[in-house]
Design a protein around this ligand. Structure first.
Ligand code: SAM
Length: 321
């Protein structure tokens, strides 16, 4: 079992398989980065899988494949199958923008994927085009329909922003509710790469608007999820992710691996250790030591909202959010 210095059990690994993305979301990657990580520096699926086997053997029970956009990586379904075949009980999930999901959902399900998280920030085609930098909404919605049809469990993430999509939180919630998909509103997290024009919405304001439409009760946190949950009278539950609250970190059970092999103990901080050399040499002992060191040095909490100068220099498209 992997236990950090604050007695938190770390059993969740998020793996960003590529930093590349087919969207240019305002809050994440509004511009193409100056340079991509060279292909030869990326870990192959076999190399990523070698590390995952170590992590699973050390106690990881949940793996989420993310990016960039994970569906851009060729043969991603074969990679999912490698993990599933190694440990069919693993809780295997993916975070995707759903643009390519219509043609991939069945293959992913057949490979062993159980759940996906999809970003829907708007239901208006023109607003989607402004947020993502291209006309994406039709394909995203078709991708979600297909994921539901093949039996994947779908959760939706929405990042509400002022003067952009804040006026759509009820519409997006209703869209999810009708399809029995849960929704989590994620507070916009400031980072160096996002568009300077963005202004996020804090949870108080968001809950205030939702209260004008619904009755709901605060259910607090559920296990190690960063989501603060609320339940409506009819049983529908929605979540809020508030990184500006310290509570966010108390039950944190996750570490992140980037496509070039950096193992990151906290989404906020720059600190990371590379497993690349050890994994490329097939040195399981050395890679295990790096993993244990990352767990040992996992910080107690992030510093989002510490003061106005605290803006994370981590790119979400690199870490996978
Ligand atoms: N391409 C996939 C997608 O769109 O879901 C996976 C990668 S994306 C970086 C993962 C998640 O990070 C998305 O749900 C996205 O909304 C969230 N995200 C990215 N930048 C963010 C920011 N600045 N603040 C809050 N959430 C952010």
């Amino acid at each position: 079992m992997l236990i950090d210095s604050y007695d938190r059990v770390v059993d969740y690994l998020r793996v960003s398989v590529t930093e590349r993305c087919n969207f240019r979301c305002q809050y994440c990657m509004p511009e193409k980065p100056f340079s991509w990580v060279p292909k030869e520096n990326l870990l192959s699926f076999e190399e990523l899988f070698l590390f995952m086997k170590i992590a699973i053997d050390e106690g990881v029970k949940k793996i989420r494949i993310t990016g960039g956009e994970p569906l851009l990586r060729v043969d991603i379904d074969k990679f999912i199958k490698m993990i599933y075949d190694y440990k069919p009980t693993i809780n295997l999930a993916m975070t995707t923008n759903a643009f390519l999901l219509k043609q991939t959902a069945q293959k992913l399900k057949d490979a062993g994927l159980k759940r996906i998280n999809v970003s829907i920030d708007t239901l208006k085609p023109k607003v989607a085009e402004i947020i993502a930098g291209k006309d994406v909404l039709k394909d995203v919605l078709k991708g979600i329909d297909e994921a539901l049809r093949v039996g994947l469990k779908v959760k939706v993430n929405m990042v509400p922003m002022k003067n952009m999509n804040f006026n759509e939180i009820v519409d997006v919630l209703e869209y999810c509710k009708e399809r029995k998909m849960s929704i989590r509103f994620i507070e916009y997290m400031e980072n160096r790469y996002a568009s300077k024009e963005i202004s996020g919405v804090k949870s108080d304001e968001l809950l205030g608007v939702l209260r004008e439409h619904y009755d709901f009760e605060d259910e607090g946190f559920d296990g190690s999820s960063p989501s603060h949950y609320f339940r409506m009278k009819d049983g529908y539950r929605f979540g809020l992710i508030e990184p500006y609250e310290d509570d966010f970190c108390k039950q944190c059970n996750r570490i992140r691996l980037t496509a070039e092999g950096n193992l990151i103990p906290c989404l906020y901080f720059d600190e990371a250790l590379s497993i690349s050399k050890a994994i490329k040499a097939g040195d399981i002992k050395a890679a295990t030591e790096v993993l244990r060191e990352v767990i040992r040095t996992k910080p107690e909490k992030n510093r989002w909202g510490g003061d106005d100068s605290e803006i994370s220099s981590r790119a979400f498209y690199e870490t996978g959010g």
